[in-house]
Design a protein around this ligand. Structure first.
Ligand code: ADP
Ligand code: MG
Length: 456
């Protein structure tokens, strides 16, 4: 009964707070007791419990109420610390997990740090060509010492390791400088706290809090695009920290200049430091990640045997997004261990049919536009703009051609995605490039190169 009710409440919370916040804050909670108006939850740390209580307490109570359960109070019990962390603490008592160190900020208020994932370390990060720069820059920042570039701006598509790298930096800094105040949070949480501060007329302590950190990391900064007062506050925080020579690390799903709705002064300020791109994974990197994750899974499921060639097959066939790759492998191991069969190619194909299907058409129009823009040294916005100069129009036609041949999108859909153009424009572009390819070597090469990069 309790479990069912909690399942419904969670469902409601998911639609209320959104996927990201849900994953961070609600999913890790276990309902361990529910009676006499007290809901008791297991939470990873007491800081975590405090944060949930402050930020989602009212919502949780009201959703219980809609299920007909009256909850006066939320209690959080701290579940056992993760193994890795517990070990560290034994060896070096001074080392606290990052978010509890956060709580020692002078004015006693909790910094709104998000919990760090203990799996996201440099050790578990597989380095390949597509991410080697981002990795090197992250390592450099994690080493500490004089601030050489500020901010470090990491960008790239979903599931390419931005959050992983940021957590790795935080863990590393915390390991060699336990007293450093490292604040990691998503831009969404930044905004949430700011809005709350406004609501409770408490912006002074908000400002003080954010300006008292040594390292500030804001994940998925594209989230604050279009949110003017949050941007404004972010900008001031940012400047204040840069002035004090405090390291800032930012991530986003695209380059600063490409984030629509972000003020120009912020865009340009973000470009002051080092901007590095996490490229889509290539086959070698995917295989490396697969092998590394297979080792981890192998420890959990020692009885599972994977036939040779299976990992290679998956690295070939499964998309860019490392999260999807991981999910596939986890499922494969769980399945194999249940049915007690060796994982052959056939078994893998059967067990992962849906993922393989979804990955079949893995190139997106966005990626195409981005790659084509990069290739011709243009901005994505140039491709989408109405400009007709040959230097822009030809690359645009190449991009449309690739969109038609590499994705299953319809002509009208492609037109819409290219700045709201008509489908006849797309047809024209496709024909033009087909024709040019037969006698213009440069175009033929460009198209071939781009196609290979996009399909890698
Ligand atoms: P992003 O923040 O860019 O969307 P994440 O950092 O959340 O992506 O990565 C998604 C998942 O893929 C995480 O579980 C992460 O550990 C894993 N991952 C991504 N890149 C790598 C890598 N190079 N090596 C190992 N794991 C990776
Ligand atoms: Mg992320």
């Amino acid at each position: 009964m309790n479990t069912e009710c909690w399942a419904k409440v969670r469902q409601e919370l998911l639609s209320e707070v959104g996927q990201a916040a849900y994953k961070n804050w609600i999913e890790p909670l276990d309902l361990v007791g529910l009676r006499d108006g007290v809901a008791q939850f297991g939470a990873p740390t007491s800081f975590f419990g405090n944060w949930v209580s402050r930020n989602y307490g009212d919502s949780i109570r009201s959703h219980f109420a809609s299920e007909g359960v009256s909850v006066e109070r939320l209690e959080f019990v701290t579940s056992a610390a993760p193994k890795q962390q517990a070990r560290n603490e034994e060896q070096k008592p001074a080392k606290k997990p990052i978010h509890s160190a956060m709580r020692s900020v002078p004015d006693g208020a909790d910094l709104p740090a998000a919990p760090l994932d203990k799996r996201f370390t440099f050790d578990s990060f597989v380095v390949g060509k597509p991410n080697e720069l981002a990795h090197a820059a992250s390592r450099r920042v994690a080493k500490g010492g004089p601030v050489t570039f500020n901010p470090l701006f990491l960008y790239g598509g979903v599931g390419l390791g931005k959050t992983h790298l940021m957590h790795a930096i935080a863990w590393e800094i915390q390991a060699h400088t336990p007293e450093a105040r490292v604040l990691y949070l998503s831009a969404e949480q930044f905004m949430y706290r700011f809005v709350q501060a406004l609501r409770f007329k408490d912006t002074m302590s908000f400002k003080e809090l954010f300006r008292s950190v040594d390292v500030l990391m804001v994940d998925d900064v594209q989230f604050i695009a279009g949110k003017d007062s949050t941007q404004d506050e972010f900008f001031h925080t940012f400047n204040a920290l840069v002035d004090q020579n405090k390291q800032i690390i930012i991530s986003a799903d695209r380059a600063p200049g490409e984030i629509d709705g972000l003020e120009d002064r912020i865009k340009s300020r973000l470009q002051w430091g080092l901007v590095v791109d996490l490229h889509p994974t290539d086959y070698e990197l995917r295989l490396g990640i697969m092998q590394s994750k297979a080792e981890t899974q192998g420890v959990l499921y020692p009885d599972v045997k994977i036939a040779s060639g299976v990992l290679e097959f998956l690295a070939h066939r499964i998309s860019n997004n490392v999260r999807v790759l991981e999910g596939a492998l986890t499922r494969l191991y769980a399945f194999a261990s249940l049915v007690g069969r060796e994982v052959t190619l056939d078994v893998a194909q059967e067990c992962l049919a849906d993922i393989l299907r979804a990955s079949d058409r893995k190139v997106t129009i966005d990626e195409i536009i981005r790659k084509v823009a990069d290739h011709y040294n243009l901005r994505m916005t140039d491709i989408l703009s109405p400009r007709r100069a040959r230097s822009v129009a030809r690359p645009r036609q190449v991009a449309m051609f690739l969109a038609k041949t590499l994705t299953t999108k319809s002509l009208p859909e492609i037109g819409r995605r290219f700045g709201g153009r008509d489908h006849t424009t797309v047809i024209h572009a496709v024909r033009r490039i087909e024709e040019l390819r037969t006698h213009d070597n440069q175009i033929a090469e460009d198209v071939e190169l781009l196609r290979r990069m996009l399909e890698a």
